[in-house]
Design a binder for this molecule. Sequence first.
Ligand SMILES: NC(=O)c1ccc[n+]([C@@H]2O[C@H](COP(=O)([O-])OP(=O)(O)OC[C@H]3O[C@@H](n4cnc5c(N)ncnc54)[C@H](OP(=O)(O)O)[C@@H]3O)[C@@H](O)[C@H]2O)c1
Length: 375
Amino acid sequence: MNANETLPATMLAVGRRRYGGPDAIAVVERPVPAPGAGEVLVRVATSSGNAADAFLLRGEPRLIRLSSGLARPSSPVLGRDVAGTVAAVGEGVEGVAPGDRVHGETDGAWSEFAVLPASVVARVPRGIDLVQAAALPLPGVTALQALRLGVSGRRDAAGEASASGGASDVPEVSAGSEASAGPDASAAPDPFDALAGRRVLVTGASGNVGLLAVSIAAAYGADVTAAASRDRLDLVRAAGAAGVVERTHPAADWGRGYDLVVDLTAQRPVADLVARLAPRGSLVMSTGAGGRTLGPLPRLASTALRDLGTRRHLRVLAAKADGDDLRALDRLVRSGRVVPVIDGVVPMADAADAVRRFEAGASRGRIVLDATRLG
Ligand SMILES: NC(=O)c1ccc[n+]([C@@H]2O[C@H](COP(=O)([O-])OP(=O)(O)OC[C@H]3O[C@@H](n4cnc5c(N)ncnc54)[C@H](OP(=O)(O)O)[C@@H]3O)[C@@H](O)[C@H]2O)c1
């Protein structure tokens, strides 16, 4: 381990010792984790909230308890998105060093320190602050992978890249490439160029993943239609949507002939979304929404089964944290083509209130949690 700062033995974190709603959230004391080989210890400055945090807080859909702990959470600390400075690196880590500003995705992010695999870490480029940096990893990489799956159809339900493509299709940018200003800095062909002129529908467009999906697709020249509730239509328009669907309006026209539909909700039946595709269009099923026991599983299975009987491409996304994808997203943000939408910054100790606001659908963009005021 190569540390440039003396680390305390313990740290404060935000989590829960039982499954429940926001009332179950408490500040807990934990040992500061040590980075193993290939890992990076980050002093967390900021984090943010995702749909996944709410699922893990409640232990619902119950299916997730198979991995998160049957009777009680096996790991008390919540949170996935991390932005901060490297405190120490484990053996074999190259490209980042103590003191670097980084961001990435890991378990236990609502904490003063978090350990991340080096493979999911990206240095935060100049021009992106640590509030924006906390808003990007999980939803941004998900949005990017959903759009890539939509234009290439190359990643299967298990998230495995096929021989012809996958994550490596994103132009490579080294961890030290802060100087590259735009998404086209690499000479390699950019798979997202295929979005230009395509008609794309994003459901759940006003949420964490949705706003970034709209913004990225629009940045590449797609003609984006965004479905959102009435009081967030301004948000999705500002993100780059050329057309909007007021999703709660019973007479709303959801449109037809889409080259790509990215579904982040469970509002419309799968068959209805498929019928809205152009003859060779793609549906990327990305939702985690569904019933309290099985969650999205029936909807994902239905999508995969329907793919067998159609010339359209019906795909299920299993997004995976990825440093290369995060760097690609950073380039888009740094060039100003994609702008993360921030609802506000609150102390991490107030995470329960942030979750209440998120679950009530009251947030407009990312709620960023400030870990520097946790103690
Ligand atoms: N496939 C993957 O690997 C992967 C990775 C990450 C996330 N996800 C999933 O992607 C989805 C979006 O995640 P997120 O973090 O962006 O969540 P989010 O911020 O809560 O956004 C979801 C949006 O859906 C809309 N919505 C809420 N209830 C709805 C309903 N009953 N019917 C239709 N729309 C509704 C809301 O906006 P309006 O009220 O304005 O419409 C909300 O902003 C989640 O289901 C999450 O589990 C999947």
